[in-house]
Write a protein that binds this ligand. Structure first.
Ligand SMILES: C[S@@+](CC[C@H](N)C(=O)[O-])C[C@H]1O[C@@H](n2cnc3c(N)ncnc32)[C@H](O)[C@@H]1O
Length: 191
């Protein structure tokens, strides 16, 4: 299914999410079918986008998360656009990922880092680089100011965006920033 048709099922925001995701994919040039990790499943928008683009997607969130952003019907959304077979779900905490070193061609956080406790964000960054393959990438999407304004209309307590650069410590990474329609995108490669 193409993105426009998927948006008929998932809502008009999906087209913007896909446009921002595509900016990162255009930089990464991952091979078709590559195994990728989508951290923070939520309603499944980004995992669904990745599956529609032909990647082998593993997604997950902590089983302890009782906020409104977790335990959503991501599987129903994936089924609505026919990609349920392209996405596997596993509970995990990004600060201690249960995956071997170098397993994923890329690790994506779409609207997630600011939901993670600030004290855990350095661990999360280190873990994401660890599970990315050598030369692989870690990509954070965080709301831009206009998106944050829209989010606060319905959820005034929503946390402020996180700047991933604050959490990379001394890790040897090369960084690139991209401006999406909804999100500011920070792309890191081990280097
Ligand atoms: C706003 S939702 C993300 C939206 C989602 N990526 C999408 O495309 O629909 C935030 C997600 O972050 C997850 N999350 C929060 N803390 C986490 C952690 N420590 N490890 C992994 N996921 C976490 C939440 O459980 C929730 O699934």
């Amino acid at each position: 299914m193409n993105i426009s048709n998927a948006a008929k099922h998932l809502g008009p925001m999906f087209e913007q999410i896909a446009a921002d995701g595509q900016l990162a994919l255009d930089e990464l040039r991952l091979p078709h079918g590559a195994q990728v990790l989508d951290v923070g499943t939520g309603v499944g928008n980004f995992a669904i986008f990745l599956a529609l683009r032909g990647f082998d997607v593993l997604t997950g969130e902590p089983d302890t998360d009782t906020t409104r952003y977790a335990r959503q019907d991501w599987a129903g959304n994936a089924a609505a656009v026919g990609v349920e077979r392209g996405i596997r779900f596993q509970h995990f905490n990004a600060a201690h990922m249960p995956f071997e070193d170098g397993r994923f061609a890329a690790v994506f956080f779409y609207g997630v880092l600011h939901h993670i406790d600030e004290t855990a964000r350095k661990d999360v960054f280190r873990e994401a680089l660890r599970v990315a393959r050598p030369g692989g990438a870690v990509v954070f999407f965080e709301p831009n100011p206009e998106t944050l304004k829209q989010i606060w209309v319905n959820d005034p307590g929503h946390p402020v965006p996180a700047d991933p650069a604050c959490y990379k410590g001394n890790l040897p990474v090369k960084a690139m920033r991209l401006q999406g329609r909804r999100m500011d995108i920070s792309l890191y490669r081990a280097g």
